[in-house]
Design a protein around this ligand. Structure first.
Ligand code: NAD
Length: 260
């Protein structure tokens, strides 16, 4: 499936990885829908894409809110005619050991990553099935979909959960040519990661430099961060893949941190 003229809705695409995916999808000819909690930033991203010749619109969407998700998908379909690719990417990070963590933060994390993935999947799949042209669903997992790390219990739990959802959606979606896969990036220097460097340094009693070297990049093959471009290129590959041969899988993009 070429991405030319396809409609891709990307959650959490006002910033970081999602924003880069939106920019690179638009460059590949897709019409992109920037769905984010932060409408001002989403509009700014959509304008940036339009000004460089792409086609983009912004929708306000809290992915944990059923009505907002359904409305955002409906608005995208009303404007562009279909949803061909869904990239469920919105996410947050909260750093705390289990013993000092709160139930509220646990629920918030699971809601954004798992309720968000479920609600957007359901709404997008309904449109894909109605349209009858198949589609691609891509979940933004993490190396933490496969590995655990201290201080990240709810995040690691949620990211593992996405693999289960992708496997079920791959099986249920197959007859309608809907594929579901998970991208599992290593550390990427986005606002989400910049925020946790000092937080981890404080929790672990080490310097920020040590967090980068001895925690984040310790198990990579070359001590390098993954980039938003690396992740966006993987999303282009998965979104444009032609058949059900590649479905229900996770692809780790991490400079070798965690080899499957
Ligand atoms: P980011 O903070 O730069 O961007 C996250 C975006 O999600 C923001 O625009 C934010 O407004 C939006 N968002 C947050 N809650 C939302 C909600 N309830 N509804 C709609 N939008 C919401 O972060 P990022 O690093 O680009 O992360 C994107 C995804 O990639 C996340 O799922 C994250 O877990 C995953 N990821 C990031 C890394 C990394 O190292 N940065 C590594 C692996 C996976």
């Amino acid at each position: 499936m070429s991405l030319k003229d396809k409609v891709a809705l990307i959650t959490g695409s006002a910033s970081g990885i999602g924003k880069e995916i939106a920019i690179e999808y638009a460059r590949a000819g897709a019409k992109v829908v920037i769905a984010d909690l932060a409408l001002d930033a989403a509009t700014a991203t959509a304008n940036e894409i339009s000004q460089s010749g792409g086609i983009a619109m912004a929708v306000a969407m809290n992915v944990t809110d059923e009505a907002q998700v359904d409305k955002g998908i409906a608005d995208a379909v009303a404007a562009y005619g279909s949803i061909d690719v869904l990239i469920s990417n919105a996410g947050i990070q909260i750093i705390a050991p289990v013993v000092d963590s709160t139930l509220d933060n646990w629920k918030k994390m699971l809601a954004i990553h798992l309720d968000g993935a479920y609600l957007t999947t359901r709404a997008a799949m309904r449109e894909m099935i109605k349209k009858g042209n198949g589609g691609a669903i891509i979940y933004m997992g993490s190396v933490h979909s496969h590995e655990g790390s201290p201080l990240k219990a709810p995040y690691v739990t949620a990211k593992h959960g996405l693999i289960g959802l992708a496997k079920v959606v791959a099986k249920e979606g197959a007859k309608d040519k809907i594929r579901a896969n998970v991208i599992c990036p290593g550390f990427v220097r986005t606002p989400l990661v910049e925020k946790q460097i000092p937080e981890q340094a404080k929790e672990l009693g080490i310097t920020e430099e040590q967090v980068i070297k001895t925690v984040m990049l310790k198990d990579t093959v070359d001590g390098e961060f993954t980039t938003t471009h690396d992740v966006a290129q993987t999303a282009i590959f998965l979104g444009g893949f032609e058949s059900n041969a590649l479905t229900g899988q996770s692809i780790v993009v991490s400079h070798g941190w965690f080899m499957q």
